[in-house]
Design a protein around this ligand. Sequence first.
Ligand code: ADP
Ligand code: MG
Length: 915
Amino acid sequence: RLLEVKNLTKIYRPKKGVPVKALDNVSIKFPEKGMVFLLGKSGSGKSTLLNLLGGLDRYDGGELIINGVSSKSFGQKHFDSYRNTYVGFIFQEYNVLDEFSVGANIGLAIELQGRKANEKDINDILDRVDLAGYGSRKPNELSGGQKQRVAIARALVKNPRIIMADEPTGALDSVTGRQVLDTLKKLSSDKLVIVVSHDRDFAERYADRIIELSDGHVSSDMEYLSDSVPEEAAGLSFDGNTVTVPAKYRLTQDDLEKINAYIQALETEASISLPAAYRAARKATATDESRIVPAKAGDFKLIRSRLPMRFAYRIGVSSLKFKKVRLAFTILLSCVAFVLFGLADTFGSYDYVSTCTDSIVDSQIGYASVEKSVKQYYGADKDFFYFVPQLLSEDDLDDLFRETGIRFNGVWSPLAGYGYYQGDLSFDDYIGQKYSDNPAGVSYDSVYSTSFSGYAAVDAGVLEDAGMSLTAGRLPEGDADEIAISLYLAQTFINYGYADADPYLSGNADGVPKPEAVSSPEELIGRTVFGHRIVGIVDTHVDIDRYAPAYETDPGDTAADLLLKYALQNEFSYIKSYSFSRVIMVSGDYMKALTSDTAVLNCEVSGLNADGYIMYGYLGSAGRISELDPEKLIFPDGEAADFTRFETVLPLSVAYDIAFSGSVSELSPDDVDSILSLLKDVEFEFSAGNTEYRFTVAALYDDRDEISPKSVFFSDGDADAMFSSISAKYSFAAASMPESERDIRNLVRFTGEEYGDTGTKYSLCNPVAYELELLDSLFTTLSTVFLYIGIGFAVFASLLLSNFISASITHKKREIGILRAIGSRGNDVFRIFFSESFTIAMINFVLTVLGLFLITEWINGVIRNGAGLLITVLGFGLRQILLVLAISILVAAVASFIPVKRIASKKPIDAIRDR
Ligand code: ADP
Ligand code: MG
């Protein structure tokens, strides 16, 4: 005995209305083979019983015993596997999968068994149901009977021990219906075939046993002990008024209709009707279930189905064809969410070193200049700090070389000290146009410059390191007063002319200088500036063409144009300030000589005056008293005196500032005696280098008709002792940017951090580093903002996707039901919908990566070209691609989990009935 039900009860509890007891304590034992009909009126419970037998539905009481094993402990998984292993289901409405060919429908059933489907197996099966050659047809090209035979074939491939058919002929005409039943009858020779029918004729003709149901009870249970089925006779023969019915021939409804039609054609009143007793040619007796032998225990085995991915994928993806607009919308929103997410990450993973390095490379910044600053704490609790600018010494240059591998050249600016670390040395006086009939001078709003940034020693090695080349002349040599200037500054003279102002400025000229035209860099060789003789012109590769438009005013400029011009000017100002372009290039020896006559102090100076007030001021650079015009010295008692140690001379302008700071009364800059008397007994203090110095003011220097470049003067003895110990003299250090990205990165990293434990910082001086410093906090903020917006969108996208999957589940419900009925597990349903959402995820992924790529390029472009900044902000790389991939898959999985879980745990019968 293969299958048995005991006290099976099923109560339907509709949401509305009263519960229906569809089966009431039904107990039946089924034989291992033979054809059993479940007969009964509509609503008597036949389908309910069959569904329970097939494990498509759950019962409310009793049990199912399969091969001696009770279903009491079965979960849904077991019922799935039971169906897959034991039961072939045939439905009234065929339930073949319309999107697969006949062959694929059958192949699918084979593969659900865990076997490989091959052409031959499929063809053999089709042969058995008389459908040879129909393998590649689509179900919608078949007739109802053919479809039903496909369904039978599909049931057969499993070689199931039970075939269950619910009104298999209900939708077929009687001839096709008979063919289907003939097929089933053949199968019943070694299988249990359970057929639900309300057609008594068919039942009586084909059944080995007829179980009649009414109102959920078994009302009759009869069996035919003789196996003989009446042979299909040649048929009825019609002859005149005689209709001949062969002996034992069992008339069908069809035959009756034929006969009646014949009679009608004869136009007689008579018709033939056969008594019921005559129709029941076979003799049925009450079923004796005791003859059904119990199955051997132990051969109960279940095969777990496994829907091959390729089928799952086909079914899953086929639903993308529906609801295209919704799909597009879902994908669009998901992409927006993921792009925001990706942006959040790109901004979040913003890292100064990488960004700065990329930007320097992208912007082709050719110079690498650094300034030095030292952290100093302020406040009562020393709880806030500034980085205070400092001059660089040779030691600093050595440190830089050791840490970055780059030889920096100090740029010395004798004017540093007027409160600026980098004093510009204007050579405006040497510009020809200044002395023309129409003296326009050189506008500050020009790409051309009329000032130097300082002095630097440049020899052949530096020239090569910095990638510069000689345009004309040679490099300065020895300790002669020789300089080289950049081609960029030579352009100033070529544009505006040159004037020999040296005699004029020293008071040795008869009249104002004459403007002279300069037409080539060569023509500048031999001319002088500040008394220095120009011996060479060096090409520092300034891209004048790039920056010149930024200085041209155009009334039609939009705000964006102006912004761009401003940005370009800013960029150019860095080049001017921190490259070799405005440096007075001298020989190393001459540099030594120049700097030994002076020291850059850059310090505060203070002392108490007689009234107890603090007098203070600021000292830039120091010089020697011996370089001053003795005629212009003003002594307290009007008589020149020798200077003893640390007796100094202050220029009147500096002295006035200091005196004024400690004065209680009104002071006039011309009130020389008062100024001097205020200062003369005060002991001033300052520290320079690492040493504290004290000095007194012994005399003033009358600088009223000139501006002294220095702010304090010492005797030669003091200067010799002091100046060499004050080694910090360079306002910045310049070098060329290294070639390799690795070296650039190294430089950027080094300059981005504090060096040592003294709070020293060497900062990179270029617009990239400067802009990044400003944008740093903006990026951090943007990253957070994008992250939250991204999360918001992602949640929304999940909901949309979830909704979409739900909709396509509704669409696929019947197919799922069919798959479940023919044996696939809840898990297989997951595979179907996961392949659907995975496909969506992949589309999302590709679109998102593309979108992210375009957007980062766009943002980088806007920042670079629109805002004119030199930075490459967003690095889009593998990290973002992987992140987006992970997010896409995660969202797809989350979105499909709940709806799929719901359908997968549904009873198959509810799915198939589309409830
Ligand atoms: P048959 O197949 O013999 O026509 P069914 O087994 O389909 O009968 O139905 C038996 C009884 O259960 C009928 O009264 C029917 O109305 C009721 N029934 C069947 N399915 C449901 C259902 N899902 N919900 C409520 N009542 C149902
Ligand atoms: Mg029914």
